[in-house]
Ligand binder design. Structure first.
Ligand code: TRH
Length: 385
């Protein structure tokens, strides 16, 4: 029988909120899985507690040190040093660690394992970079680069152990309860339900116009955020209190920004999900529904390469006629409004049934691969033996 070496119990995760929700969202999810499923003591050092509060309302943004769901959440400010008894230190998205903390890491007889958690990408170079070590330029320390990804050569994707079972148990009754709890009518079965989460530069007006003109009923649910000005402008209303607007076949519902668990349910309750950045993309994949992704825009065009690489992987095995309509809508959604033409939406809508089957297949394949937090734990185990 294989005897597994124990994994050190105390882990620090350092995270800076650059902007948006993804950095905090990924770290919070990772912290929860490490604690709940691997029994680890996790401290999350975060500079943006208000962002985490939006995702996890139990977190009090005014409290510098608190325990939520078994995880220590510590406000991280530039002038404040971190205590340093962790055996594993995760630097999320290259946010940097406090200088004094790093110096003490190097001074310890057995320095902690320093892991840089990187951004998700489907690009092929990730396979050969995952797990590589890089020596610190001045101190006797190594940093290991851990890449999330879609192949067996990468760190995989975050997935709670019970996620797929919870999604499968989310039946019609749960779906109806989801809408009622938000004080909305249960959508008619004939309506296509769509969740819409995107950056402010997405061609929202073009999409809403296309859906309104389509003639087939659709309900678009928009969590509170940067899209609301464009939605209000589309309906020519400044009424902040309104929660539902209609034009033609289109109904738009203004949702609150949901806690992370509620956002899962929104994705399960909808027939089609528009997502952005990193974490909501992964959530949409686990939701096993058709999806449209807007990657986080980067000045050097890296987002376009990321999208192309993802599309290449995701569309493998998709019939050409389906992938043609699918890719066309994705490209237009990631361009400006001038790239839209009236055929895009009807062509996409016509293939949503096929896209649903494909999404189910992809979710099953991905769920057969090793999960990110579990791989991280094994990575640590293999280096402390
Ligand atoms: O918020 P984002 O745009 O974050 C981005 C990306 O992570 C990007 O990689 C990073 O470089 C940039 O920030 C700085 O998108 P993302 O990653 O999908 O994170 C959104 C989080 O918000 C995710 O955890 C889901 C959650 N969410 C809710 O909990 N409730 C909601 O109502 C919505 C819309 C999202």
């Amino acid at each position: 029988m294989e005897i597994k070496h124990p994994v050190p119990a105390v882990w620090d995760i350092f995270c800076k909120v650059v902007d948006n929700f993804g950095d905090a969202g990924v770290c919070w999810r990772l912290a929860q899985i490490l604690h709940r499923e691997h029994g680890l003591q996790v401290r999350l050092w975060l500079d943006g507690l208000a962002t985490l509060h939006a995702l996890a309302p139990a977190v009090d943004p005014a409290v510098a040190a608190q325990q939520v769901e078994g995880i220590s959440i510590l406000r991280w400010t530039a002038d404040k040093d971190a205590t340093d008894d962790a055996a594993v230190v995760i630097e999320a998205f290259g946010c940097g660690l406090p200088d004094a903390y790093v110096a003490r890491m190097a001074a310890r007889p057995r320095p902690p394992l320093w892991i840089v958690l990187e951004y998700l990408s489907a690009e092929s170079w990730v396979d050969s970079h995952h797990g590589l070590a890089s020596p610190h330029p001045r101190l006797p320390l190594q940093r290991y680069f851990f890449f999330p990804g879609f192949t067996a050569a990468t760190g995989g994707l975050l997935r709670e152990a019970d996620l797929i079972a919870r999604r499968e148990a989310f039946d019609d009754e749960a779906r109806s309860a989801f809408w009622r709890d938000l004080n909305f009518d249960v959508p008619a079965p004939s309506a296509l339900t769509v969740s819409l989460f995107a950056y402010a530069d997405a061609p929202v007006t073009a999409l809403l116009t296309a859906i309104a003109n389509d003639g087939e009923p659709a309900i678009v649910a928009v969590p509170d955020g940067v899209l609301m000005p464009a939605v209000r402008a589309f309906f020519r209303t400044a009424n902040d209190a309104a929660r539902t607007w209609r034009r033609g076949a289109l109904e738009v519902r203004a949702l609150p920004f949901l806690p992370q668990a509620g956002y899962n349910e929104l994705l399960w309750a909808c027939d089609l999900n528009f997502v952005r950045g990193e974490d909501s993309l992964v959530r949409a994949l686990w939701a096993a529904r058709p999806l449209v992704w807007q990657p986080y825009r980067q000045d050097d065009g890296a987002h376009q390469r990321k999208m192309d690489a993802f599309l290449q992987r995701y569309c493998a095995g998709m019939p050409a006629v389906v992938s043609g309509s699918f890719r066309a809508l994705w490209q237009a959604w990631n361009s400006d409004a001038a790239a839209w033409n009236p055929d895009l939406w009807p062509a996409f809508r016509a293939v949503t049934g096929d896209l649903g089957i494909h999404a189910g297949r992809r979710a099953r394949e991905l769920a057969d691969s090793a999960e990110l937090a579990a791989q991280l734990v094994e990575f640590v185990r293999s280096r402390v033996e």
